[in-house]
Design a protein. Structure first.
Lengths: 124, 407
């Protein structure tokens, strides 16, 4: 059995998609507590609000309030079921997703289309 | 050693020279030489030895682990731990970038007579265009080759025949005969400018961009030693020139105008223009590195796609970080902050933040799971321990010194 230390090997690690595009970090881990059985990792979470919650709950509330005015990202917290994890290597946690289609890339795509595309000298 | 590595070594050394000497070194060297002649050479020598070790460790870390520092620190110590160094580093990046932009603006002011503030936005656009249109290696090579103009200081220093007895005496720390607070503030600022945090954070990301692996450990050692060594030679020469040209005339540098006289004795006709050119090019090269360093650090902290070789459409957030940083920093100059005062303040702050940015890094250098046989040995760790203590001392004494010896 391969041993995985959640804190050392998974939390805060670089997340990439199928094509190895960097799409964020493991900002949070969710465990499911089961009656009479050992706990199980059900999902990883990504998003500023997850980071904010790690620092202070009030910071997370403030973040969520701010989000009501800015509608770029579809979900504040992008939760990926552990079943979509392809590989955990020393470099990254690779997910079986396409980065550009996930909430983790909403800001990236928005900024690309609304800001970068309007700056001079960008190849279309 | 194969051809590719030999080229990397040569380029790396040139980059070291070009990247090392920036506005912080120029300002602190001019002040040190003008006010205390050669008495502060020891601070530069000490800083140089330490920065050689810091750069060597940062490059070795990146080559062996394949990871840049911000990436690895967040991963190993967690977001909560990394947040403080990250915020501190962001503040320092903005301040240093503003100082570099201020340096270019002042050089243009020397050449054209127009106020530095007038140049703030054009210079910001110039720095930005370099990053926007070029790829990593072009940036590295072009600015560092031009940076060799700074060797003009070395030529001038040799021409002035510095007294060798005083040179040697300056290499040993001694107590000042006047203005002790100013003396120690400049000493601290020299250390802050030589061990600039952006330097070793940037270097590790650069090594990852250049796809180094464990076979580069030797090349890296050469670059660290020769690149930083030669770079420091220029700062060394700048102190000597300031000591022999400015100090005898009683000129203290509290404005870059006074520093601009440094090369006119050695090169009567074009010394002034050479000084302005060195200042502009050194600051441009460093400004580009600092902007990139800020973008690397932010992108790696949040796991965004990053790389100067990617098209901006592939790493929008990365590009917008350096774009934002450049324009934000240029505002400080646009609003008329004095570039020299800003630089000296920034160098003191750089010294103040050293423990925050260096301690996590030095701890990581001992992670055998990550670095295996390339983890720090006893020599590196002895230096690291010394650096740790020194950085804490610097953090404690800097702020009182800024008030006492304040510029």
């Amino acid at each position: 059995m391969k041993r995985l230390d959640l804190f050392r090997d998974v939390l805060d690690k670089q997340v990439t998609d199928r094509e190895k595009t960097k799409m964020g970090r493991v900002d949070g881990l969710v465990l499911e507590l089961r009656e009479g059985q050992p706990p199980r990792v059900v999902s990883i979470e990504m998003g500023f609000v997850v980071l904010a919650r790690r620092l202070h709950p009030r910071l997370a509330d403030w973040f969520l309030r701010l989000r009501r005015r800015v509608h770029v990202r579809k979900q504040a917290c992008y939760s990926v079921p552990w079943s979509r994890v392809l590989d955990v290597s020393p470099f990254c946690v690779q997910l079986d997703v396409e980065a550009a289609e996930t909430p983790a890339f909403d800001w990236e795509c928005w900024l690309r289309d609304h800001v970068i595309a309007h700056l001079p000298g960008v190849a279309k | 050693m194969n051809m590719k590595k030999a080229t990397q070594l040569a380029l790396g050394i040139v980059t070291g020279v070009g990247g090392f000497f920036d506005i912080g070194n120029l300002a602190t060297s001019a002040q040190a030489g003008a006010s205390f002649r050669l008495q502060l050479l020891w601070a530069l020598a000490l800083g140089t030895i330490l920065v050689i070790f810091l750069i060597e460790m940062s490059g070795r870390f990146a080559a062996v682990s394949g990871k840049a520092l911000p990436d690895a620190i967040r991963e190993h110590f967690g977001f909560g731990f990394w947040l403080v160094p990250f915020l501190v580093l962001t503040l320092v990046h903005v301040l240093v970038l503003a100082s570099e932009i201020g340096g270019i603006c002042f050089a243009l002011h020397l050449l054209t007579g127009l106020r530095p503030a007038v140049w703030a936005l054009p210079v910001a656009i110039l720095v930005w265009l370099f990053l926007w249109r070029s790829i990593f290696s072009t940036i590295e090579n072009s600015t560092s080759l031009l940076g060799l103009l700074a060797l003009g200081f070395v030529v001038a220093a040799v021409q002035h025949h510095p007294p060798s007895g005083e040179l040697l005496a300056g290499m040993l720390p001694s107590l000042p005969h006047h203005d002790p607070a100013k003396y120690w503030l400049i000493a601290v600022s020299i250390l802050g400018s030589v061990m600039a945090p952006y330097l070793f954070y940037f270097y590790s990301s650069g090594a990852v961009e250049d796809k180094w692996d464990s076979s580069y450990v030797g090349v890296n050692r050469g670059i660290a030693f020769l690149g930083m060594g030669f770079g420091s030679l220029i700062a060394f020469a700048a102190i000597v020139v300031a000591a022999l040209v400015l100090a005898p005339r009683g000129i203290e540098v509290d404005d870059y105008h006074q520093a601009a006289m440094m090369l006119t004795d050695a090169f009567p006709f074009w010394g002034f223009i050479l000084f302005a050119a060195i200042m502009a090019i050194a600051c441009l090269g460093a400004g580009i590195e600092v902007s990139l360093s800020m973008a690397y650090t932010t992108a790696q902290t949040f796991g965004w796609n990053w790389g100067e070789d990617l098209n901006p459409r592939e790493d929008a957030r990365f590009c917008l970080v350096y774009t934002g940083a450049i324009f934000l920093s240029s505002l400080l100059i646009l609003f008329g902050i004095d570039p020299l005062k800003l630089t000296l303040f920034t160098m003191a702050i750089s010294a103040f933040v050293l423990p925050f940015v260096a301690i996590p890094f030095l701890l990581l250098m001992n992670d055998r799971k990550l670095l295996k046989e390339h983890a720090n040995g006893w020599i590196s760790n002895t230096v690291a321990a010394f650096l740790l203590v020194l950085s804490i001392v610097l953090a404690v004494v800097t702020i009182p010194l800024v008030f006492l010896g304040g510029s």
